[in-house]
Design a protein around this ligand. Structure first.
Ligand code: NDP
Length: 314
């Protein structure tokens, strides 16, 4: 019979939460194993410079920060592996996790740090033009739109950041904002307003996309449902989504979430509804969603896991 590997502290996810949990768990001799997930390094690898992480007065690129965190976790002995947790069974201890739909491992303590994924509007055209002009990551795909026209959907910090980034590459950037204001922080709003080639279309929604070979334009509606309702088309080559994220909890249906899908922790700690399972980072954070808060919750989750293992004598 095949023996199932038993892991003392299993960490799922490789963003700032996962790697910080790994650093702390490794230094506490919990022999952590970390599965990197779908996007090694997490969302920060798709961002531009991180300017608000304490200790980097000049800023740091997302990929560089993640590489440093990875090296730091490895330095203390974290076993970092490629793979995605696809299923979980919390009906008995040690808990069972399926990796990539085939391999099973057992874990005494589990830290879920799977982050969140970009949301789409749900238009059939987003699927039709996937990889042909539709993207949810300006820093990944912006390069293809040099001297072209693009649109960014959303009015939050991400949308502003992406619009400003794209404005340095593209000839023209539209921001499609459904409300009559930007939700983003003041500093990001100012950057948008200072960009010569960004045009913000307030109170505007996307109805569909069109184009023969990839995206060539978008059908929009302004002031929907009012007597000023107006349908317009804009010519664009790229359509970027920046309307928020969905927490990645699919593999953990037994873990309690709120109505938006974020894992519920007990507040004072990172404990979930299942003993020995802890959650850190964006997967459990509808409020702050910052690199620094994710890192901090990863630290808390590792300390919580250590305490749990000690109390259980594991
Ligand atoms: P947010 O939730 O803050 O903003 C989402 C935006 O998308 C809103 O403008 C929202 O509109 C719009 N939106 C949502 N759904 C739809 C839809 N179906 N159709 C049209 N528009 C839609 O998400 P972000 O990703 O921008 O930011 C998440 C968090 O990360 C925030 O806390 C932010 O501050 C932080 N962040 C910080 C950065 C920094 O400090 N440098 C950089 C990036 C993010 P509405 O306002 O109408 O709801």
């Amino acid at each position: 019979m095949e023996t199932i590997e038993r892991i003392r502290c299993l960490i799922v996810g490789s963003g700032p939460a996962g790697f910080t949990a790994a650093i702390y768990a490794a230094r506490a001799n919990l022999s952590p194993v970390l599965y990197e997930g779908i996007q090694p390094g997490g969302q920060l690898t798709t961002t531009t410079d991180i300017e608000n992480f304490p200790g980097y007065p000049e800023g740091v690129s997302g990929t560089e920060m993640m590489e440093q965190l990875r090296r730091q976790a490895q330095r203390f002995g974290t076993d970092i592996r490629n793979g995605i947790v696809t299923q979980s069974d919390f009906s008995h201890t040690p808990y069972r996790l399926t990796i990539d739909g085939e391999k099973t491992v057992e874990a005494d303590a589990l830290i879920i740090a799977t982050g969140a994924s970009a949301k789409y509007l749900g238009l059939p055209d987003e699927t039709k033009y996937a990889g042909q002009g539709v993207s949810a990551c300006a820093t990944c795909d912006g390069f293809f739109y040099r001297k072209k026209r693009v649109a960014v959907v959303g009015g939050g910090d991400t949308a502003c950041e992406e619009a400003v980034y794209l404005s340095h590459l593209a000839s023209k950037v539209y921001m499609i904002v459904r409300k009559d204001y930007l939700r983003a922080s003041k500093i990001m709003q100012e950057r948008v307003m200072q960009s010569q080639n960004i045009e913000v279309l307030f109170e505007t929604q996307t109805v569909g996309l069109f184009g023969e070979n990839g995206v060539e334009g978008a059908h929009l509606v302004k002031h929907k449902g009012t007597d000023r309702e107006e349908y317009i088309d804009i010519a664009i080559d790229g359509f970027f989504l920046a309307i928020g994220h969905t927490p990645n909890t699919k593999a953990f249906p037994d873990i309690a979430t709120d109505e938006a899908g974020y894992i519920v922790t007990d507040g004072r700690t990172t404990a979930t509804n299942i003993a020995g399972v802890f959650a850190a980072g964006d997967v459990a954070d509808p409020l702050y969603r910052q690199a620094v808060t994710a890192a901090a919750s990863g630290c808390r989750a590792a300390i919580d896991a250590e305490k749990y293992l000690l109390e259980k004598g594991l």
